[in-house]
Design a protein around this ligand. Structure first.
Ligand code: ADP
Ligand code: MG
Length: 400
C-alpha cells in the first residue's frame, strides 16, 4: 500500500476520503475523536502545499440532502483543530463543490457536504456508483484513503474512486491496519476479547474467527442476552436475537472444544423500561442474577459481581481487544459496567485496543484518558470485519 510520502502533492488537488461520522446531539458534536484522528493527515497535506478536498459521510441519510446530517458543524470543528479556516461546500459534486475546489490556493482545505446525500455513494448498482465516483474524480488529481471507519463499505468514494485516481493510504489507515495486523499475527498472551454493544448480529460473526485466536472471550452489552437465552435462561424483554441462538450454541460448543474460556455475565441490572437518555432521570434499576431476569424486565448493564469478575479476567491479559459497551452507558445508572472494563484495561499491562464508534466515544465521554489505552480505533465494523478475516473493499482498492 502506498503512503502519502509516495505522492507528489504540491499544488495538486488531493481528495481525502475521511470518516467524519461523529455523534451529534441537537447539531452539537458530542465526541470529536474521529475528526482529531484524521487531522494529522490533512495537516501534512496542507504543509506540503496540496489543495485538500475532504469528504465524508455522516449518519444514514437516504441518498438525498437532509439537514440533520449536514457536515457543516464538522467543518467548523475541523478548522478549530487544524488552526486554519476550512471552507465548506453545501453540496458534494454540484456548483458549490466545484467553485469551492476551484477557489482553493495551495495549502487550503475544503470540506464537501455529506457524500450520502447522493444516492450513488451507497448504491448496490455498480454503474450508478461508478457514475458518482467519476463526478468526484473530476474534483481532484490524487486520492488519499483515510476513512478507516468506512473501509468495509463498497461505496463510491471508498471503493470506486481510488480506481480512477493515483492513490495512497493516509496515516490513520496505515496506523489502524498496523494495529489490527498485530492482533492477528504475533499476539502477546493471554489474548482477551471483550464484546458488547447493541449491533448483535453484526458482531456475532467475529466470534467465529476470534475463537481460533483468543484465549478468553467476555460477553456483555445487548449481546449477552442472546447467549443467556441460548443457555436456557429467561431474559425478559432484553435485547434478543432469537434467530442467532443456534449460531451462539455452536460458538459455546466450539469454545469448549478449543479450550477458549467463554465468560457470560453472572448478574445484570434490570428495569421495566429503557432509561431516559436526555433528561437522565434516575433509573433505579434492580440487580439480579443473570439466570433470574424477571419476564417483564430488560437487562441494561452488567452487575457488580460481573464487573469484578471481568476485571479479574482482564488483569493478567497480554493483549485485549474490546468492542461494544457493557451497558447503556449513555445513562449514568448503566455506565458502571463500561467504566469497570475501561478501568481494567488501563490497570492491566496488556496491549489494549478499543474499537467501535460508541465504545471509543464511551471511553472519552466517561472521562478516561485516551493515552492510557494502546490504541483507540476509529473503526467499529471495519475492525471487526478485518478480524473476521474478510477482504475490506476500501483497503483492497488502495492496494491496487
Ligand atoms: P460500537 O459502536 O462500539 O460498535 P454498538 O453500536 O454495537 O457499539 O452499541 C452501542 C450501544 O449499545 C450503546 O448506545 C448502548 O446504549 C447500547 N447497549 C449496550 N448494552 C445494551 C443493552 N443491554 N441493551 C440495549 N442497548 C445496549
Ligand atoms: Mg455504534
Amino acid at each position: 500500500m502506498k503512503t502519502i510520502e509516495d505522492l507528489d502533492v504540491a499544488g495538486k488537488r488531493v481528495f481525502v476520503r475521511a470518516d467524519l461520522n461523529v455523534p451529534l446531539s441537537d447539531g452539537r458534536i458530542t465526541d470529536d475523536g474521529r475528526i482529531r484522528a484524521v487531522a494529522p493527515t490533512i495537516a501534512k497535506l496542507v504543509e506540503r502545499g496540496a489543495k485538500v478536498v475532504v469528504a465524508s459521510h455522516l449518519g444514514r441519510p437516504k441518498g438525498a440532502p437532509d439537514p440533520q446530517f449536514s457536515l457543516a458543524p464538522v467543518a467548523e470543528r475541523l478548522g478549530e483543530i487544524l488552526g486554519r479556516p476550512v471552507a465548506f461546500a453545501t453540496d458534494t459534486v454540484g456548483g458549490s463543490a466545484r467553485s469551492a475546489v476551484a477557489a482553493l490556493a495551495d495549502g487550503e482545505v475544503v470540506l464537501l457536504e455529506n457524500l450520502r446525500f447522493n444516492a450513488g455513494e451507497t448504491s448496490k448498482d455498480d454503474a450508478e456508483r461508478k457514475a458518482f465516483a467519476e463526478q468526484l474524480a473530476a474534483l481532484a488529481d490524487l486520492y488519499v484513503g483515510d476513512g478507516f471507519g468506512a473501509v468495509h463499505r463498497k461505496h463510491a468514494s471508498v471503493y470506486d474512486l481510488p480506481a480512477l485516481l493515483p492513490h495512497a493510504a493516509g496515516d490513520l489507515i496505515a496506523t489502524e491496519v498496523g494495529v489490527l495486523k498485530k492482533l492477528t499475527e504475533d499476539v502477546k498472551r493471554p489474548y482477551v476479547v471483550v464484546l458488547g454493544g447493541a449491533k448483535v448480529s453484526d458482531k456475532l460473526g467475529v466470534i467465529d474467527n476470534l475463537l481460533k485466536k483468543a484465549d478468553r472471550i467476555l460477553i456483555g452489552g445487548g449481546m449477552a442476552y442472546t447467549f443467556l437465552k441460548a443457555k436456557g435462561h429467561e431474559v425478559g424483554i432484553s435485547l434478543l436475537q432469537e434467530d442467532q441462538i443456534p449460531t451462539v450454541l455452536g460458538y459455546l460448543a466450539e469454545a469448549e472444544e478449543r479450550g477458549v474460556e467463554f465468560v457470560l455475565p453472572v448478574d445484570v441490572l434490570v428495569s421495566a423500561e429503557f432509561p431516559d437518555l436526555k433528561g437522565k432521570t434516575p433509573a433505579n434499576p434492580d440487580t439480579v442474577a443473570s439466570d433470574e431476569i424477571p419476564a417483564d424486565k430488560e437487562g441494561l448493564d452488567i452487575g457488580p459481581k460481573t464487573r469484578e469478575l471481568y476485571a479479574a479476567k482482564l488483569a493478567d491479559a497480554g493483549t485485549v481487544f474490546w468492542n461494544g459497551p457493557m451497558g447503556v452507558f449513555e445513562h449514568p445508572d448503566y455506565a458502571n459496567g463500561t467504566k469497570a472494563v475501561a478501568q481494567a484495561l488501563i490497570d492491566s499491562n496488556a496491549f489494549t485496543v478499543v474499537g467501535g464508534g460508541d465504545s471509543a466515544a464511551a471511553v472519552r465521554i466517561l472521562g478516561f484518558d485516551e493515552t492510557k489505552f494502546g490504541h483507540i480505533s476509529t473503526g467499529g465494523g471495519a475492525s471487526l470485519e478485518y478480524l473476521e478475516g474478510k477482504t475490506l473493499p476500501g483497503l483492497a482498492a488502495l492496494e491496487g
